[in-house]
Design a protein around this ligand. Sequence first.
Ligand code: GRF
Length: 221
Amino acid sequence: MSDPSFLRKRFVILISGQGSNMQKIVENCLADRCPADVLAVISNRPASTGLKWASERGIATQVVSHTDFSSRNTFDAALKSIIDQYSPDYVLLAGFMRVLTPEFVQHYAGRLVNIHPSLLPAFPGLHTHAQAIAKGVQAHGCTVHFVTPVLDHGPIIAQGVVPVLSEDTPESLAERVLTLEHIVYPQVAIWLAQGQVHLMPDQRVNVDAIHSRIFVSEQSV
Ligand code: GRF
């Protein structure tokens, strides 16, 4: 391990839906492929199927429903107080579909990580796969990045690239990207757990002993 004072890192994962990225990270942690513990999985939606999956594996789960709060600030404050009960080293956003306030983001500066289904800085926001097809780009993918107050923006830790095929629909492209997300995000989680990821003063990322942080889909054009 690159960190001599090695202790298992503590993750809290936020989801909104199926949490397939969360599941891949948890599986690695439970199988000791990732030296971290997932202390809790939290969703803003009671119907998130990922909550049941995590609970069945003995992980604490909680719902903080945004509909119970009158403002973004009060929702984020409640979420923060629950997350902080677990003293996480990193908070991983994995399909968490809420815009977070600058105060929340600042509180977790350097510890808040997101996966976005595009090659940032292209296509922030929603409907990224449809945007990629509409623009005619030939390469699309996913980005794992530190979160800043600007939506879908921030120092890039790793990216995954897939081809866009002439017959692609937003759905087929989403499926190809998600398959790669399941490789990229778990690998970043391992680097985080091993203490290898450093945010540099110039706001770029360095990962100890890793020279290439691009992952390419096995499917060729
Ligand atoms: C993924 O494409 C993720 O990047 C996006 O939501 C999708 C579903 O993710 N933000 P998951 O299956 O809930 O992890």
